[in-house]
Design a binder for this molecule. Sequence first.
Ligand SMILES: *Cc1c(COP(=O)(O)O)cnc(C)c1O
Length: 400
Amino acid sequence: MAAALAGSLQRCGAAPAAGSRSVATRVAAPERAGGSMRAEDFVRPHLLKLKAYTPIEPFEILAQRLGRDAKDIVKLDANENPYGPPPEVLAALGSMAWPNIYPDPESRRLREALAAWNNVPVEHLLVGCGADELIDLLMRCVLDEGDKIVDCPPTFTMYVFDAAVNNAGVVTVPRLDGFKIDVEGIKKAVAEHNPKVVFLTSPNNPDGSMLSTEELREILELPTLVVLDEAYIEFSEEPSKMGWVADHPNLVVLRTFSKCAALAGLRVGYGAFPLGLIQYLWRAKQPYNVSVAAEVAAVAALSNLPYMERVRDALVAERRRLFDALAAVPYLQPFPSHSNFILCKVADGRDARGLKDALAQEHGIMVRHYATQELNNFIRISVGLPEHTDRVMAALAAMT
Ligand SMILES: *Cc1c(COP(=O)(O)O)cnc(C)c1O
């Protein structure tokens, strides 16, 4: 263990950062001076085990590396929305009244708009710097050392990432055939491990399958908190379960402006929480977690719901077209999706990684590939504009 840690530290090339003032102040005592000190020794032990950070390349740098104009890159690797937000958003950002004043720590305007849109009492709603922040905030509030979460892979990897950051254990209940949730497996895991939280995702990322209402009901009977992540719910035919939160003291429902509302760059997510829980999230959250720009943009996006519905309809229609086109490729097996992406198994001895690299380098098309225990040799393609589908299909045809 210690040797493994030392090895990973070495791999990080961990030369102490020069001139870090707080560290310098802290270790100024003469008996600790000298060259034997290592900055890593200040880090909490469980964090030393985290994988080294690999930054995501900004769009422009990616374009430069691929030798293409940014406008020429087809970015279908992160489920972003190519239509962008309605014109009201840029107008509102351009005429922001008080960028010099700290934002409303309660995001009141946005929460009122969300309450009206979703028909959920405003007291149940909290806004965050993306749904990602709310996952971490929830974990910080409910997980003590030694506590566990249930994760159902393949799924969104932030649950496991935040569990690691928060020093929580992870009980893994893999999905069944067709990516169905293993309800019996979750029941067993809860009985055996007494986890604090079960994370469910519907539609699930990366395959786009839905959790049924019956399955959710059954899991809500268990003595554990249930987080239902609905980041992509707008693309499905199902209504959101946000309204259930008022009647279920163990249900949290998360949503986001990053996908259907096309504001991924502005970082706005929200959640509905039981009142007994939300009061502590309020106490623990960073007061200014949602910037003035983020709140202004999200409120403006909600001022034009017909636009969002048109974009949703266009992406759902394009999902059908992309699915049929992918299904016609002999070495790809696409899975039916209720979201804005399509997962494909790469078969016939083809290599998913090689496919992804060739699409990027030769055609400027970015897709996501998977080489994990649960998803070996898969790619996920976000649904884009009709011309993006055309580009993908032309590239696949050129590569055979
Ligand atoms: C994209 C995504 C989110 C998070 O979105 P934010 O940009 O942090 O709001 C949450 N859950 C799932 C499943 C996602 O795919």
